[in-house]
Design a protein around this ligand. Structure first.
Ligand code: 5GP
Ligand code: MG
Length: 188
C-alpha cells in the first residue's frame, strides 16, 4: 500500500497542535462576535478549507449559518495565476450579515481579495477573515477587510508548499490529519 506519510518531508503542525490552535481561534471569534447586532455567517472557501471549516464551526458557540463558495485561482503547478474568479457562489443571503471567511492559506492574497470584494458587493455588513495558515512573505496584495472586519490566522507558514488538513497537491493529501511539507521532488 502507498504510504502518504512517505511523501512528506517534514511535519509542521501535528493533529494535536492544530486542534489546540483551532480551539483558541474559535473562542476568540466567539468572544469577538458575541452580542453583535446583525447575524453571523461563516463562509468557507472550497475545497481547501473544508476540514478547518468543519472543525472551527463546531467550536464556535454562537448561532451561525454556514456555507461554502468556490474560487478557481490556479493555473498549473503550485503558483496562483493572479486572476481568481468565483466559480460557485454562496447559497445563503449574506446581505447585512457579519461574514467570517474561512480559508486554508493566504499566499499572494489574490484569492481572498477577490472573495472579499465579491462578498462586499453582495452587501455583507462586515467581512472578516480566518485563515488557517498565512504566508506573509509571499503577499503581493494587502488584504482589505470590510467594515469592522478582523483578521485571524492559525499559524504563520514558511515559504514551502504544504499539504494536509484539507490542503492538496493535485487533489491528494487533503485527508492527512496534520500539515506537512511535501517532498519537493513530488511537485513542480
Ligand atoms: P493566493 O491567491 O493567496 O496566492 O493563494 C491562495 C490559495 O493558494 C490557497 O487557498 C491555497 O488553495 C493555495 N495555496 C497557496 N499556498 C499553498 C500551499 O503551500 N499548499 C497548498 N496545498 N495550497 C496552497
Ligand atoms: Mg484555497
Amino acid at each position: 500500500m502507498m504510504e502518504l506519510e512517505d511523501h512528506i518531508e517534514r511535519i509542521l503542525w501535528t493533529e494535536q497542535q492544530i486542534s489546540e490552535r483551532v480551539s483558541e481561534l474559535a473562542s476568540q471569534i466567539s468572544d469577538d462576535f458575541n452580542g453583535s447586532s446583525s447575524s453571523f455567517a461563516v463562509v468557507g472557501v472550497a475545497t481547501g478549507a473544508f476540514i478547518f471549516l468543519a472543525d472551527i464551526v463546531r467550536k464556535i458557540k454562537l448561532p451561525v449559518s454556514v456555507d461554502l463558495l468556490r474560487v478557481e485561482s490556479y493555473g498549473f503547478g503550485t503558483e496562483s495565476n493572479g486572476a481568481p474568479r468565483i466559480s460557485s457562489d454562496v447559497k445563503i443571503d449574506i446581505k447585512g450579515k457579519h461574514v467570517l471567511l474561512v480559508e486554508d492559506i493566504v499566499d499572494t492574497g489574490n484569492t481572498l481579495t477577490c472573495v472579499i470584494s465579491h462578498l462586499a458587493s453582495k452587501g455583507a455588513s462586515s467581512v472578516s477573515v480566518c485563515s488557517f495558515l498565512d504566508k506573509p512573505a509571499r503577499r503581493k496584495v494587502r488584504i482589505e477587510l470590510v467594515g469592522e472586519g478582523k483578521f485571524y490566522r492559525g499559524f504563520e507558514c514558511p515559504d514551502d508548499f504544504v499539504v494536509g488538513y484539507g490542503m492538496d497537491y493535485a487533489e491528494l493529501y487533503r485527508n492527512l490529519p496534520y500539515v506537512g511539507i511535501l517532498k519537493p521532488e513530488l511537485h513542480k
